[in-house]
Structure formats: C-alpha cells, structure tokens
Design a protein around this ligand. Structure first.
Ligand code: 5BU
Length: 238
C-alpha cells in the first residue's frame, strides 16, 4: 500500500474472464488488492487464475478470493484446496464467517501452511448490508477468535455503517487490518440492502482498505474512476 500509495481494493465482480484480466492489467497500478468471486466467472478455465496471478505479481497487488467460507474445518479445507478452483494455490487472502467457531480458522490455516507463499485470512466480524446479524456480541466474539490466531488472521471485514465501524476499530486495536466494502464517492445504497459510505468517512472511522466494486467497474471510464478513489482513499489515510 505504501509503495504504491493506494488503499483501494477493486471488487472485480465482472463475469467474463477477459474482462477481469483487462481490468486487472489497466487498473493494476491503482490498487493494492483485486478481490474477486471466482464462482461467478462464466468461462472459467484453470488458465484464468494463472494469468491473474501473473498480473498480480507484475503490478504488485494481492489477490483476495471473497469465498466467505462457512463450514466445518474439514470441509473448508476441501473447498480451499480442491474442486475446480484450487483457491489456495493462487489467492493471497480469503475470508471466512465465524459462525462455525474456531475450527474454521484452524482448518484453513492448516491448508495455508502447505503453500510455499504466505496466505492470510480475513474474518467477517461485520457485514455491510441492512439488517446484518454480524453485530454486537457476534463482532466481539469474532475478534476474540482472531486474537487466538493472529499470525494467520490479518484482519476483519468492517461495516460501512460508521458507528459500527468505529466500534470495530476500538475493539480490534491497531494490530489488525480493517477492510470495508460498501464504499462509494456518493454515500447511499442499492435496491438489495447494500449500504455505501464515502472513502473519507470509512477511513476516518478506522478502516485501512476501501473495497470498491460498482463504483469503479461500472463507471464510463474505470481507470479515471479508480484514480479518483485512490486519491480520496490515500488522502484520507495520510
Ligand atoms: P459493490 O459493487 O461496491 O457494492 O461491491 C461490494 C463487494 O464487496 C461485492 O463483491 C460484495 O460481495 C462484497 N462484500 C460486501 O459488499 N459486503 C460485505 O459485507 C462483504 C463483502 Br463480507
């Protein structure tokens, strides 16, 4: 982030491999992370994550597969390592719900340790949509779980609701990275409960990384828009 002067994670929710690769190549210099949902790619081939990995290394950003694991330890190991996606082979970061308890962290950690490159986990201590159940005691217990595995759990997804996010930062302390989706230059929401705050407001509330999807990739010129978010996010950090 410091080398590139950016705290923007692009939520690249496009569904065609070549569109994702094109955005990764063009926007690579503006972002610290490319977050994707590998299971929405309609023309997936094993070549796709390899090409993405090359672009991530070329432009010095991390790959974050937003898999939101949510099962028992043994099953998440299979989902992380196996299937058609082999997520553990290429994703620097994945995330997980804390609803199953600490076994999910242990399971993913064991899989991660088989990889030669470092792997990290983000816990969903909060979520962004209206009516989420990930609040209060759930958030507190998620943070306690992270503190049991601090080397592997690098941080939390934080809410885009400013009061919640402020509370998360207070509870988490300074040793964890907070990643916030639901970020747009104009605050508001969508028709399905997503809630948006501005880069300035979420950073002021304690977020480190702003995760931006439609605000960038649906813009007329995603590169111009990515630079606006980079500037807003980095000015706020500084
Ligand atoms: P948007 O287009 O900027 O609304 O996309 C937000 C992205 O962040 C999208 O990929 C979601 O799956 C992801 N997300 C989120 O919006 N809220 C959450 O609490 C979590 C992930 Br966790």
């Amino acid at each position: 982030m410091i080398e590139k002067g950016t705290n923007v994670a692009l939520a690249c929710d496009e569904t065609k491999a070549d569109v994702v690769l094109d955005l990764a190549e063009k926007l690579g210099p503006k972002i610290c992370i490319l977050k994707l949902h590998i299971d929405i790619i309609e023309d997936f081939t094993p070549e796709f994550p390899k090409q993405l990995r090359m672009l991530a290394d070329k432009h010095n950003f991390l790959l974050f597969e937003d898999r939101k694991f949510a099962d028992i330890g043994n099953t998440v190991q299979l989902q992380y390592e196996k299937g058609i996606y082999h997520i553990a082979d290429w994703a620097d970061i994945v995330n997980a719900h804390t609803v199953p308890g600490p076994g999910i962290i242990q399971g993913l950690k064991e899989s991660a340790e088989k990889q030669s490159d470092p792997r990290g986990l983000i816990l969903l201590a909060q979520m962004t949509p209206e009516g989420t159940l990930a609040t209060g005691d759930y958030t507190k217990k998620s943070i306690e779980m992270a503190k049991q595995s601090p080397a592997f759990v690098n941080g939390f997804i934080g809410s885009s609701t400013i009061s919640e996010l402020t509370e998360l930062r207070e509870l988490a302390g300074e040793d964890f990275v907070i990643y916030t989706p639901g970020v747009k230059l104009a605050a508001g929401g969508d028709d399905l409960g997503q809630k948006y705050s501005t880069p300035q407001d979420v950073v002021a509330a304690g977020s480190d990384v702003i995760i931006v999807g439609r605000g960038i990739y649906q813009a007329e010129d995603p590169l111009v828009e990515a630079e606006k978010y980079r500037e807003a996010g980095w000015d706020a950090i500084e």
